[in-house]
Design a protein around this ligand. Sequence first.
Ligand code: FAD
Ligand code: NAG
Ligand code: NAG
Ligand code: NAG
Length: 380
Amino acid sequence: MSSVVILGAGVIGLQTAVSLLEAGYNVTIIAKHFPGDESIEYTSPWAGAIWRTHATPDQEEQCRWDLESYKSWIGVLENDRGLAEEMGIQVSLQFILFKELLVLGIPHSPNPSSPSLWFSSHVQNFSVILPTDLPPGCLSGVAYDSIAINPSKYLFFLLSKASRLGLQVIKADLPTSAGLSGAISSTLSLIETKASSPDGSNAFPIVINCTGLGAKSLCPADSSNLYPIRGQTLLVRIHPCPPPNILRIIMHEDPSIAPAVTYIIPRPGTNEFVLGGTKKPNDWSPEPDAETCERIIARCRSIWPDMADVEIEISSMQVGLRPGRKGGVRVGVEEIDVGVREGVMGKVKVVHQYGHAGAGYQNSIGSARKVVDLVRGIVE
Ligand SMILES: Cc1cc2nc3c(=O)[nH]c(=O)nc-3n(C[C@H](O)[C@H](O)[C@H](O)COP(=O)(O)OP(=O)(O)OC[C@H]3O[C@@H](n4cnc5c(N)ncnc54)[C@H](O)[C@@H]3O)c2cc1C
Ligand SMILES: *[C@@H]1O[C@H](CO)[C@@H](O)[C@H](O)[C@H]1NC(C)=O
Ligand SMILES: *[C@@H]1O[C@H](CO)[C@@H](O)[C@H](O)[C@H]1NC(C)=O
Ligand SMILES: *[C@@H]1O[C@H](CO)[C@@H](O)[C@H](O)[C@H]1NC(C)=O
């Protein structure tokens, strides 16, 4: 059985672990943070999170990844309510509202076949919102069945699924000062690996780099491409609580307040909602600020008339740093020289998989499938 070591236990590392274990590999995961931990260095717990593709029609691979997650989650929701509950996912009608008519290209009547709506024929219950149903200040909008995800439940679900499949777990902070080969050497010493098989061939494990924004300090060569996209949100209770059968996700993109986007997302399995948010590149600040929170609440009230008078009770204020990367997500193989070990030239194959920015959840299943294919290619 070929051994694989995954660095990182965010949604990307954990989904990759599940996919590799299902494909029959022996998988160990090494990470500083695991589900249940809260840290500004661990993005996954702070996600919204919903399915709303950011891919454009020319990004064929990302379009495919996003659709793969959509189909997989819808399949679970239709066929196994118990599993959906354990995963923390639910179908929610999502309204995407625009201040502009131009955003969709065609005034007054968004055309579902316009390129920005490439996904319209793939999602359930897609419709154009009638002008009379738009909230004040919005000039166009579309609706479709989206999927809301409870990040904490989802991460625990992936970890327990991987554990059932035989995952081995090591909690450790890999050094970032000795470059990539230093991090790999530490990885190798943590898992007591042999450098060669009985037949003398290289028996190093394959290393999968799913360190998110942490990749920045681990990999100097690519580090200038990595940057945070800061997102601030609020977890709230709403009184009176909207009935669960009319839970709605309302997105509203307004170029005049960019880089903000306004949303109200039900959190599956709880009576809480996520109010958001911000999207600010190159801002590392880990603390939520009160003024931004007030502005988020005001924006949310303005896009959903039913919210105008409700009482909003704040459970927590949150900040997450999306792992942005110039040039987009990186999934690919690199060979790293780790020097001579036990008389064997240490060449370790690393499969990089980081930089998923604001799409880590919806990318995760397809992105992990690509890693399985790359690992197969290395092993065979
Ligand atoms: C406000 C907000 C809203 C979002 N909404 C959505 C959404 O609606 N839909 C969606 O799909 N995505 C959303 N995202 C994006 C999503 O959260 C990220 O793309 C995703 O969480 C990235 O996961 P990751 O596994 O790459 O990184 P992380 O979750 O950050 O995991 C990195 C892992 O690497 C480990 N690590 C790093 N460096 C080291 C080291 N030196 N040694 C040991 N371990 C190390 C960490 O401990 C951790 O385990 C949102 C993000 C934010 C902040
Ligand atoms: C999986 O890898 C671990 C760590 O390298 C090793 O201890 C274990 O024996 C391996 N299991 C199998 C079934 O190969
Ligand atoms: C949404 O689509 C699904 C699948 O096509 C269908 O079963 C369901 O009835 C639709 N819901 C509404 C409200 O139209
Ligand atoms: C992971 O990728 C990042 C970015 O390229 C790099 O800095 C880091 O060294 C890599 N880590 C490992 C262990 O491959």
